[in-house]
Design a protein around this ligand. Structure first.
Ligand SMILES: Cc1cc2nc3c(=O)[nH]c(=O)nc-3n(C[C@H](O)[C@H](O)[C@H](O)COP(=O)(O)O)c2cc1C
Length: 341
């Protein structure tokens, strides 16, 4: 057995023993998916980003995004915004909804968010970063955490300065996605930059960007010295990767790949939970995305995708998915390149 790589850290009243964090992903890491991910070893959960504009608060969709599961604590509600007043209001609202921590997003590269000088656009205005963070820290009792990219672009990387501003403002945990805004999702995340942030502060730093398995998690930890790891896109259709990363960072044996029956049990549960949480109409749209991800790299997935992605009847979707996933019994997972989506 390997040795445990990360000792964990304290965050407010919680000891985060297993510093494996599920990346917040809008439209993906809703309550149904978080519930599934939790059981693979996630020690710290974060919701999807919720815009802090007051107008969104109280809306049915926003309320649903902030619904937390009894079994997913400690959990953070993530908010984005640039107006200190709106962001503090949203932070209080998040705490009122049961958040153990409030996470502030200054990493989102999406144009719509950046146009409101929120998300990663904030990184260009360091005094504003300080104002927003200080205001939120003063407004809520729970620990406030921050998620950033390494800067706006290669010429203006300011990850160390932002990390110091965050610590000085009372932020208790920093997550660094090792890309600039200009990189969007291209190229490779720079794990050395995560290390620069780590060296600049004494609060725990979570490393994020391009972890795809246990080995890459270990390598990020080696390069950056980060205190925890966050996994995003690799979990799409593959929550089992979290079990692998969990094993890698805690020194446990790597779990076996899921059998066909185990895979179907997760897909089935995910679909049922989507329907219960969002209603069948929205669940059908979301399931189309998730179920196709679950089928990626599996035997006969190209044919399955063709059929499944045009379906609209919920019961039929469940039936077709069951037939497909259970038929995988005895088939080895095939390489994605042989079965390009
Ligand atoms: C579809 C999608 C939605 C995302 N939504 C959010 C979000 O709401 N809040 C946030 O901080 N980051 C968001 N991210 C960024 C991820 O949290 C993460 O930083 C990024 O994907 C890099 O990690 P990875 O290489 O493990 O995917 C999103 C990423 C994707 C692909």
């Amino acid at each position: 057995m390997n040795k445990r790589l990360l000792p964990g850290f304290r965050l407010g009243k919680y000891m985060i023993n297993d510093p494996l964090v599920l990346a917040p992903m809008a439209g993906i890491t809703d309550l149904p998916f978080r519930r599934i991910c939790k059981r693979f070893g996630v020690g710290l959960m974060v919701t999807e980003m919720i815009a802090s504009r007051a107008v969104d608060m109280g809306r049915e969709r926003t309320e649903r995004m902030a619904e937390l599961g009894a079994d997913e604590h400690p959990v953070s509600i993530q908010i984005a915004g640039s107006d200190p007043e709106f962001v503090t209001e949203a932070a209080r609202w998040a705490v009122g909804h049961g958040a153990d921590f409030v996470d502030i997003n200054m990493g989102c590269p999406v144009k719509k968010i950046c146009k409101q000088v929120a998300g990663s656009a904030m990184l260009r205005d360091e005094p504003l970063v300080a104002r927003v963070l200080e205001a939120v820290v003063a407004a809520v009792e729970v620990p406030v955490t921050l998620k950033i990219r390494t800067g706006w672009d290669d010429q203006s990387k300011n990850v160390e300065r932002i990390a110091r501003i965050a610590e000085a403002s009372g932020i208790q945990l920093l997550t660094v996605h090792g890309r600039t805004r200009a990189q969007m999702f291209h190229g490779h995340a720079c794990w050395e930059d995560i290390g620069r942030a780590k060296a600049a502060v004494s609060i725990p730093v979570i490393g994020n960007g391009d972890i795809i398995d246990g080995a890459s998690a270990r390598e990020m930890i080696r390069i950056s010295g980060c205190d925890g790891v966050m996994v995003g896109r690799a979990v799409q259709g593959n929550p089992w990767v979290l079990g692998e990363v969990y094993a890698a960072i805690t020194g446990r044996p790597i779990p076996e790949k899921p059998t066909a029956a185990e895979r179907w049990a997760v897909v089935d549960e995910h679909m049922q939970q989507l329907a219960a949480h969002h209603g069948i109409r929205t669940a059908s749209k979301l399931a189309r995305k998730h179920v196709l991800w679950y089928s990626k790299g599996q035997h006969g997935s190209a044919e399955f995708r063709q059929t499944f992605q045009t379906m609209t009847d919920w019961q039929q979707m469940l039936d077709v998915a069951a037939t497909y996933f259970l038929s995988l019994d005895g088939h080895e997972q095939i390489e994605e390149s042989q079965d390009a989506a």
